[in-house]
Design a protein around this ligand. Structure first.
Ligand code: MG
Length: 350
């Protein structure tokens, strides 16, 4: 029988035997900011994955916007289901290429923890309001480094933190420049992120009736696939054949598929993300975030009453931004209502 105190050592040995020479081995991690006794049962990347899964910021993702603001329909994606889809795609890529699936999963589950309420609308407002700007990647790292566990952070490994910081591409190029790519596992998450969101945002836009099937460019569907599952399958297969696994390797798509997914993303910007029926409520959400920010800047002493961490030595702007960025859509809406809207007196006594 395996001695339970040696389970982690066995798992680390399994990694050495099975994984690619270019995978990140948990036994060779650069470690944590604060040294800890290793878990006897789990590798350090498995331990990080579990810490992220059990943290409060992860649970709040279920009420944060992906594309459609606070959707009431049960089948629309939220930031949580997006995260799970990214994780599944990235793990498939990682396992197929004999990379470290546990590291990939930990980065995937943590990559969007710093997203504000109301998606990129909230991010835009905080970016304008903070002297140092605001980006959800940096905030995701701040969540795991500092904000979780009442200011102590999750003390994750260097490799998970690095993958979280590098994941975003916004509207920029999907491919990264050599030298800035980071681990192959982190690259798998970055590519899985765009594969997931381009496909599920199209699926949700069709569900919402924002676009019809006939409007989607047929030439792109011919390259990528006619159905949601065909497109995901096609992109993952292409990634497995096009990626280069070496010391300076790259997780990538072939040129034709890269062009197709980039064109589909641009098409979504024009026909979904920026159309009035989807976008107009985000202008209202931006105003809501601005007003909450101004309110707490003038009354910071009441933030702890609403669950914000006690005042720290950070600038006041940063503390207010941390509090607001951590809110879910429904929490921000409810708080706005409580702070700014009058409540009817309910007594019916004559
Ligand atoms: Mg994402």
């Amino acid at each position: 029988m395996t001695n339970r105190f040696f389970i982690r050592l066995t798992l680390e040995e399994d990694e050495r035997q099975v994984l690619s020479p270019y995978a990140c081995l948990s036994s060779q991690s650069k470690g944590r900011e604060r040294t800890e006794q290793p878990c006897p049962l789990r590798t350090c990347f498995q331990h990080d994955r579990d810490r992220i899964l059990h943290c409060k910021s992860f649970r709040r993702l279920k009420h944060k916007t992906q594309v459609f603001l606070s959707p009431e329909g049960d089948h629309y994606r939220t930031r949580l289901t997006h995260t799970l889809e990214v994780s599944q795609i990235a793990r498939t890529i990682s396992r197929s290429l004999r990379l470290n699936e546990d590291l990939t999963e930990a980065i995937s589950l943590g990559h969007d923890l710093g997203h504000t309420p109301f998606g990129h609308a909230g991010e835009r407002v905080l970016d304008q309001l903070l002297p140092q700007g605001f980006h959800h990647c940096r905030q995701s790292l701040r969540v795991v480094d500092v904000l979780e566990k009442d200011g102590r952070g999750l003390n994750l490994t260097h490799e998970v933190r690095d993958g979280i910081l590098r994941h975003s591409k916004g509207r920029g190029p999907v491919r990264m420049l050599p030298g800035s790519r980071g681990s192959l596992e982190g690259q798998a998450v970055r590519l899985a992120d765009i594969i997931a969101y381009v496909n599920h945002d199209l699926d949700d836009a069709l569900r919402a009736g924002v676009v019809s099937r006939d409007q989607v460019p047929q030439d792109l569907l011919e390259v990528l696939g006619q159905s949601h599952s065909q497109r995901i399958n096609c992109l993952i297969h292409d990634c497995l054949f096009a990626s280069e696994i070496s010391a300076t390797g790259e997780i990538r798509l072939s040129d034709p598929l890269l062009a197709a997914i980039t064109d589909l993303r641009d098409w979504l910007f024009q026909h979904v993300y920026q159309v009035a029926s989807v976008h107009d409520d985000f202008a209202k959400a931006e105003r809501l975030i601005s007003e909450l920010f101004a309110y707490f800047m003038s009354r910071p002493e009441i933030m702890p009453h609403y669950g914000a961490a006690p005042l720290s030595d950070e600038s006041l702007e940063t503390q207010v931004a941390d509090f607001i960025a951590g809110m879910s859509d429904r929490y921000a809406l409810r708080l706005y209502e409580e702070l700014f809207l009058p409540r009817p007196w309910r007594s019916l006594v004559l």
